[in-house]
Structure formats: C-alpha cells, structure tokens
Design a protein around this ligand. Structure first.
Ligand SMILES: Cc1cc2nc3c(=O)[nH]c(=O)nc-3n(C[C@H](O)[C@H](O)[C@H](O)COP(=O)(O)OP(=O)(O)OC[C@H]3O[C@@H](n4cnc5c(N)ncnc54)[C@H](O)[C@@H]3O)c2cc1C
Length: 511
C-alpha cells in the first residue's frame, strides 16, 4: 500500500466506491478497506448450483433512460463507469385479497393516475394534486442537491420558490396524504412503496415519501444486466483506474483521532495508514463505541445523537430457483406487493416479531431480464423487512426452525397468489435473515436502511444539522445510516457528497 492517500474509505459499498470515483475525478486517490472478500456490500450476487442470484436489487431509482438520464446515470457516465441497465417493466402489482385488490401500477405519473382513476372513479383530480405536490418536492430536493444544500438559499428564496417543500417538511406522510381526502382504496393503491424506506406512514417524513413517489413514478427504475454485483465491479474497476486501491478481506479496526481530527486508520492486520480524511460505511453505533482511538476523543454529543436515533428495519429474503419459466407458473408481473393489511402501523408491529410477515415484496427478475437465469427457469425472491427485535433472543438451537417457518409462510403466500404449488418447482433455495445480513456486512443489528426517517430525524432535519453534527474533523459517514438514507441511489449520492466535503477541505488546506 502507498503510505499517502487523500482519504481512507471504510467499506467498498456503492457509497465507498462512488466516493473513490468522485475523488478520482479530481485527481485524488483513496484506499478502500473492505472486510469482506467481495466488493459492493449489499449490491452483490451469489451462486447456488447452476444459478447466480441477485442478492438485493429490486429496482434502482434516479437512473432514467439514455435519452432522459437522471442523476445516477449522469454521475456514473461522467465517471466512465460502464453498466448495462435494463428498465423494469412496471412499478408493481398490488395483491390485497381482503379488499379484492389485484392491480398492476404502471410507471409514468399520468398513467399511474389513470390507473387509480379506473379503479377508484372520481379520484383523478385529487391524485393529480397529490402527485404534483410530490413532484414539486422531488424538484426542490434535486435542486438543493445541485447547489450544495438548501442552506445556500435565503429564507425568502426558499419560501418563494420552494413553498411546497417548506409547507410539508414538518409533517408525516399520513398527515399530508390525508389532506387530499382520497378514498381508502386509492391510498392503498399508492402506498406500497412505504416498504422502500421501512417506516410506517404515520411516522415517515412526507418529504421522503414524496421524493420516492415522484422519482419512481416519473423516472421508472432499472436493474443491472449481470446483477447488482456487475455495478459494484464496474465502479471498482474505474476507481482503480483512477488510482484508488481496494483492499478486500481487510477490516478497518480503529480510526485514529488526535485533538478532534482524524489522523489515520489501523486495520485488523495491524497496518496503520496516515490520513486526514476517513469516509466511513460502518454504522456510527460501531464507530463511536468501538472504533475511535483513543475513546476519549468521542464527543458526548455523538453518543447522545446515535443513541437517540432509531435503527431501521432489517431484511429476510427467500431466494428461489424454479424449474419452469414464469409463464408456466402464472407469473405475469415483475414486482408483487402482497398484503394482508395496508395499515402500515399493523405491518410494523408484525415486523417486530417472528410471526409470519403480513406484507411481502416479491420480484421475478426474468420479467425484466429474461437472460438472468438458464432458459426455462425462474428467479424469484420474496422479501419481508422485519426489525431486528424479534431476532434478538432466538436460541441457537431454534434458529433453523424459526428461519424455515418464516420462509415457509412467505412461499405459501406466493403459492396462493399465483395459484401454483411453488414447492413442487424449487430447484435451489437460499434464505437470508437479519443474522445473515449482520454477519455479511457488519451492519448494526442487521439494519439495511440505516436510521428511521421520522420527523425529528428526517432527511430535512439531518441535512439542516449535518454541519454541526460533524463531530470529528475529517470523518464523513456514507451509506444507509448517513443523512440521505437507504437505497442504492441514495448510497451512491452519499458517497459523492462525502467526497465533495473531503475535496472542499483539501482545497482549504486540510491536505
Ligand atoms: C433484500 C434487500 C433488498 C433491497 N432492495 C433494494 C432495491 O431494490 N433498491 C434499492 O435502492 N435498495 C435496496 N436495498 C437497500 C440497499 O441495498 C441498502 O440500503 C444499501 O445498499 C445499504 O448500503 P450501506 O452502505 O449502508 O451498506 P452496505 O451495502 O452493507 O455496505 C457497507 C460495506 O461496508 C463494509 N464494512 C463495514 N464495516 C467495515 C469495516 N470496519 N472495515 C471494512 N469494511 C467494512 C461492509 O462489509 C460492506 O461492504 C435492499 C436491501 C436488501 C437487504
């Protein structure tokens, strides 16, 4: 390893790799330490038998099309990262048997509103107003990102030009949606995406929900031709071409701090790397409790804030390789949300337990990418987002049973939806629990979504306070637990954002 890097990046996740790309584009080089033997973090794949499974990606937002690129595609193109994107065919199919709902929701705000109008006649005007509100928030947020933060604007400018954003920022998704007086069925049809942030609508910040809705419905979504791991590999390749170094199987053990400033990193192999900047994908819970050396350098406020934040959901996924093509299994959609209830508070309570999940999300990758699996077979993954709570106290001897029962309930549910006995067609099966995620990525309590986006800790609150909350000079956080939150696109943006802070500091003379 070279002895001098402009930054050490902890974690070769999408955030870590995009930070290295952003630094590389300005001629700076980073050392990326990754504890695992693969790059990409959750953006990965795995092989069982003759199948390579996508590990996590259902749909990636903010990419757009070649003719109408959005911010992630623009950034990766600019960085020279080559990815073969494939458009996802439709937003989702909602199957909510109790209310007789079995509806495919298309992408495109206009088409989506038409679909809701078809199912709930008379809702068009209110839906148009709601989606206009969401779109205004998306545009404001993207504008703030482009100019380097809403704090660059005067209060007057903010109020005049971004009034929808200002008016709604202090409210939950439920509070704002309720003001549109939509019939319950219309709300059911448009709220499945809450699971992509994993906070019930009664507590989720409206800003976050609105951004998600407008971004997905306006811009559509993509997957990668050779799974999300192809994206991780392409990003790593470009980062290395720009002279960053990726060290796999190397855990950052300690972040060395002196007088409130980063001085270096020590790996689990005992190597010490001097640096003034660390960009870190490990959770603040780990960093402030175990990684800062000496411990006296951990500010009290950092511990207080970390303790106050609530860790978000984890994930449970059943991966199936089925021995027939989708059309022989009655599969007509790419993405299914299957609900016993659309009351997100009830789903939330259920997710705290190890009871069978009452809300699942399933993708059939073949419907976007027919070449994902060998011909004549189907790749299906079924996911629920349990909190770690229920998984904390399972005895070792009970773990396999709990895992199998949970998975069985999910396969049963999809068998019922498709009216096919899926068990008859399983060639390979794998199951990932919150334990698997914690072990694989080292994430705190197996969290995949960072901290909950509740009002006091929403994106808006975080971004407005983040300068004051940089407790150790030279230490930037990236990933689901950073300000922007979870998801592939936010993760890439968080890496860029952290790198821009480092570049700013270097420019000011911080080396
Ligand atoms: C089943 C599932 C489906 C999902 N589907 C989607 C989807 O469709 N669309 C979407 O946008 N998002 C999706 N997500 C969410 C998305 O994957 C996550 O929000 C995001 O990738 C989390 O990124 P992260 O950087 O926080 O964590 P990770 O991707 O876990 O990255 C952290 C990295 O840091 C490394 N690391 C940690 N500590 C250290 C250390 N001390 N030293 C060295 N390395 C370290 C880890 O090994 C890991 O590689 C899904 C997640 C799951 C689990």
């Amino acid at each position: 390893m070279s002895s001098k890097y402009d930054a050490v990046i902890i974690g070769a996740s999408l955030g870590g790799l995009s930070a290295a790309l952003q630094l590389g584009m300005k001629g700076k080089k980073a050392l990326i330490l990754e504890q695992h033997n693969l790059q990409g973090g959750l953006a990965t794949s795995f092989v069982r038998g003759r199948f390579e499974f996508e590990a996590t990606l259902h749909e990636l937002q903010s990419v757009g099309t070649e003719n109408n690129p959005r911010k992630i595609r623009k950034f990766l193109d600019e960085a020279g990262v080559k990815v073969h994107w494939i458009q996802v065919p439709e937003a989702y199919k909602l199957v909510y048997k109790k209310e007789n709902i079995n509806v495919v929701m298309p992408y495109g705000i206009h088409k989506m509103i038409q679909t809701v109008e078809r199912e709930v006649p008379g809702s068009k005007e209110k839906m148009t107003a709601l989606m206009k509100t969401c779109k205004e928030i998306l545009d404001s947020m993207n504008y703030f990102g482009d100019i380097g933060g809403a704090d660059k604007l005067s209060k007057l400018e903010l109020l005049k030009k971004h009034s929808t954003f200002v008016k709604t920022a202090g409210y939950t998704a439920k509070e704002v949606i309720d003001t549109f007086n939509l019939p319950k069925k219309a709300i059911d049809l448009i709220t499945p995406y809450w699971i992509y942030v994993g906070v019930p609508l009664s507590r989720l910040s409206f800003t976050v929900w609105a951004y998600l809705m407008a971004d997905y419905f306006e811009g559509g979504a993509v997957v990668c031709a050779h799974n999300s791991h192809a994206l991780s590999l392409s990003m790593e390749k470009r980062a290395e071409e720009m002279e960053s170094t990726v060290e796999l199987k190397t855990r950052a053990h300690k972040i060395l701090v002196e007088n409130g400033k980063v001085k270096g990193v020590r790996t689990d192999k005992g190597d010490e790397i001097k640096c003034n900047h660390v960009i870190c994908a490990s959770y603040p819970n780990n960093v402030y409790r175990n990684m800062i050396e000496p411990i006296e350098e951990v500010p009290r406020e950092a511990i207080k804030l970390t303790n106050a934040r609530r860790i978000g959901v984890s994930a449970f996924t059943v991966y199936l390789a089925l021995d027939l093509p989708p059309d022989k299994l009655n599969i007509d959609s790419y993405s299914y949300f299957v609900a016993d209830t659309m009351d997100t508070d009830k789903i939330w309570e259920n997710y705290k337990t190890i009871e069978p999940p009452n809300y699942i999300t399933t993708i059939v990758l073949n419907k976007a990418n027919p070449k994902c699996f060998p011909e004549g077979t189907t790749e299906m993954s079924i996911t629920a987002l349990p909190k770690a709570d229920g998984w904390m106290n399972i005895k070792k001897e009970d773990y396999m049973d709990v895992k199998r029962n949970y998975a069985k309930a999910m396969i049963d549910k999809m068998s019922e939806v498709l009216d096919v006995d899926l068990y008859e067609h399983i060639e390979e099966i794998e199951i990932a629990t919150p334990e698997t995620i914690a072990r694989y990525t080292g994430s705190y309590n197996g969290s995949v979504y960072g901290y909950e986006h509740v009002i006091w800790d929403s994106l808006v609150a975080r971004i407005s306070k983040e300068r004051e909350e940089r407790y150790i000079k030279g230490l930037e956080f990236i990933g689901a637990h950073a300000s922007i939150g979870n998801g592939y696109a936010p993760n890439i943006t968080s890496g860029r954002k952290a790198a821009l802070e480092v570049l700013k500091d270097i420019k000011k003379g911080g080396e």
